[in-house]
Design a protein around this ligand. Structure first.
Ligand code: TEU
Length: 579
């Protein structure tokens, strides 16, 4: 029996500020634009708005490179605008959480500028500085051979003091040294206290398991002899002091605050590269007092190439693989004091219809509804990403890669182009193009499609990123009054999830027909209540799995208006309850 608490039942809605709504025609979304759409968000029936980084930033990684935690990036607005946003949320009974990005800062943050200025600067130790190594020929080598997230190595040479600094992401995102207590205190003050005092209700915590590293920085074993840089997550993720650091942040800082309505704050941490439930549980077990919840990323790895270094080398996946992942993270909290999360999309992934189903004209709406059923019937806290509720899809395949803006996509692409030019790997380039068309982070970052007017009603100026060619076909305005729209379906599923929260939010999960290649079926159970879910992941009719339909069961929702008790239609999703 899971203890009941508000954030377990809440539905979160993620807003990516650059792409949500522009109010002043500069082509960038902004906080006043978001406030102008707050009634739209509230009308969905969601409980919490999660705002991706709107802090001062050079935008090398779309705001995940912060140069001042206590200021807002001017095109987005001001600190007062964020306070108004919090008020607008609270007035409608919603909470507001911000992104907490404190594994690294921007290289333009004052702390890093000081740190890089001299070896004796008091902030030198706030980042990781290491001397060069030299090979037999006297060539300068970085301290280690680690590969970074965005292609290339994790160490960048700095001429000023002739040392290397560490960055797990872009070279403009130097990693903070959490071993240094003063550094931790500054982070808590600037990034956490500052915003909690302004009345926000919690945080989504970026890269939370990377604060502690193996600071002796051993060389990574050579798994790919073709290149110098190697996967090395074992040395910079889930390090020896990680639980100590997160506990400190929680007990010394976060736990001293409450939400606007006097409840405990909420935290959800990003826990990548931790595929074992036994490794995840210590972070979220209530008695550990670390985090409320985490995002686990097995599901987003479906289709990604093997290993950390080949993310965009698409590999086909099967439905049984997806089921095993869902089952693993649905059931790992059984009998524990931990909690789980569910999501189909975020700002770091392709759109779910395009990635996991079929985004062609014939099927995209039923697929959107089928995926909504899959999400809204799982146990855990649900996270929606802007545009998911109107069935937004990936950028058209015809777009050249040059339309993409993401530092990760472009680095991977340029690396593939370079390797092809060197004659090393000609087919890799085309494979990476294909992978990016399906999985690039850019797809989720296209401007929100509000209506059929120019630029989808997102901006009156020219958008920072190209608007989808299909915005006249897929937009919010055309769906609001249509009872059969994807949008109306999402609203209905959010309402049904609340009405049947015992079994849908808190129920225990049991996978049915694990080896069925076409249909994903499961059962949810809570005391005398049961729900049955069947999802057809193919474009052909499939039999309803045995035990799903039948006497005593009520059809709660289907992605089709008319259903056949024996057969699922193409991409049909269905949920029954039995009380
Ligand atoms: O992402 C963290 C991260 O390591 C991955 O889980 C993520 O999928 C990313 O796409 C790497 O391939 C977070 C943010 O969500 C992401 O947008 C940032 O780029 C990153 O941190 C760095 O701050």
């Amino acid at each position: 029996e899971h203890q009941r608490i508000w954030w377990k039942e809440a539905v979160f809605y993620q807003v990516y500020p650059a792409s949500f709504k522009d109010s002043n025609g500069d082509g960038w979304g902004d906080i006043p634009g978001l406030v102008s759409k707050i009634d739209y968000i509230s009308s969905l029936g969601v409980d919490v708005v999660w705002l991706s980084p709107m802090f001062e930033s050079p935008q090398v990684d779309m705001g995940y490179d912060i140069s001042d935690y206590e200021a807002v990036y001017a095109p987005y607005g001001t600190v007062e605008d964020v306070e108004k946003l919090a008020q607008a949320c609270h007035d409608r009974g919603m909470k507001l959480i911000l992104d907490l990005v404190i594994n690294h800062t921007s290289d333009q943050h004052a702390w890093f500028k000081e740190s890089r200025s001299s070896k004796t600067n008091p902030k030198r130790d706030w980042y990781f500085w290491r001397p060069a190594r030299y090979d037999e020929q006297g060539n300068r080598l970085p301290p280690t051979n680690y590969r970074s997230y965005f292609a290339g190595g994790t160490w960048t040479w700095d001429e000023t003091t002739k040392e290397y600094y560490l960055h797990l992401y872009a070279k403009e995102q130097p990693d903070l040294n959490w071993e240094n207590e003063e550094c931790r205190k500054a982070v808590y003050n600037s990034a956490i206290h500052f915003w909690l005092k302004k009345g926000i209700d919690g945080f989504r915590i970026d890269t939370v398991n990377k604060y502690s590293k193996h600071i002796d920085f051993p060389q990574a074993p050579i798994t790919d002899p073709k290149t110098f840089i190697q996967p090395a997550a074992q040395f910079w993720c889930n390090g020896p002091r990680i639980h100590e650091f997160i506990k400190e942040m929680n007990t010394k800082v976060l736990s001293h605050y409450q939400t606007y309505d006097g409840q405990p704050l909420v935290t959800v941490g990003e826990l990548s590269l931790t595929p074992e439930p036994a490794g995840v549980l210590p972070y979220i077990s209530a008695k550990q007092k670390e985090l409320d919840m985490i995002f686990q990323f097995d599901i987003t790895h479906l289709g990604q190439g093997n290993g950390f270094s080949d993310k965009y080398d698409f590999t086909p996946w099967t439905l049984p693989e997806m089921k095993r992942i869902v089952e693993k993270w649905q059931t790992f909290i059984d009998g524990t004091d931990g909690w789980t999360t569910v999501f189909n999309e975020n700002h770091d992934n392709g759109r779910s219809i395009s990635r996991f189903a079929d985004d062609s004209l014939a099927w995209r709406e039923v697929c959107a509804k089928m995926l909504a059923i899959k999400l809204m019937t799982q146990t855990g806290t649900v996270f929606l990403y802007q545009g998911q509720e109107i069935g937004m899809i990936n950028a058209p395949k015809e777009w050249p890669i040059e339309e993409y803006k993401d530092v990760e996509a472009l680095n991977y692409w340029n690396e593939a182009v370079r390797l092809a030019e060197n004659g090393a790997d000609l087919t890799r380039k085309e494979r990476i193009r294909h992978g990016l068309q399906i999985m690039a982070r850019d797809h989720a970052r296209l401007p929100f499609q509000w209506d059929a007017t120019e630029n989808a009603g997102f901006t009156t100026g020219s958008p920072w990123m190209r608007t989808h060619d299909l915005y006249r076909e897929i937009n919010a305005e055309s769906q609001i009054d249509d009872p059969n729209s994807v949008l109306s379906f999402y609203k209905k599923m959010i309402r049904l999830r609340r009405e049947h929260k015992d079994v849908l939010v808190y129920g225990s999960f049991r996978l049915l027909e694990p080896e069925n290649l076409s249909t994903f079926a499961f059962r949810k159970h809570y005391q005398d209540k049961t729900a049955f879910v069947a999802l057809n992941f193919t474009a052909s009719p499939q039999p309803v799995p045995t035990g799903i339909a039948g006497s005593g069961k009520t059809l709660l929702a289907s992605s089709y208006e008319k259903t056949d008790p024996e057969m699922l239609q193409p991409y049909e999703g269905r949920v029954y309850i039995d009380y």
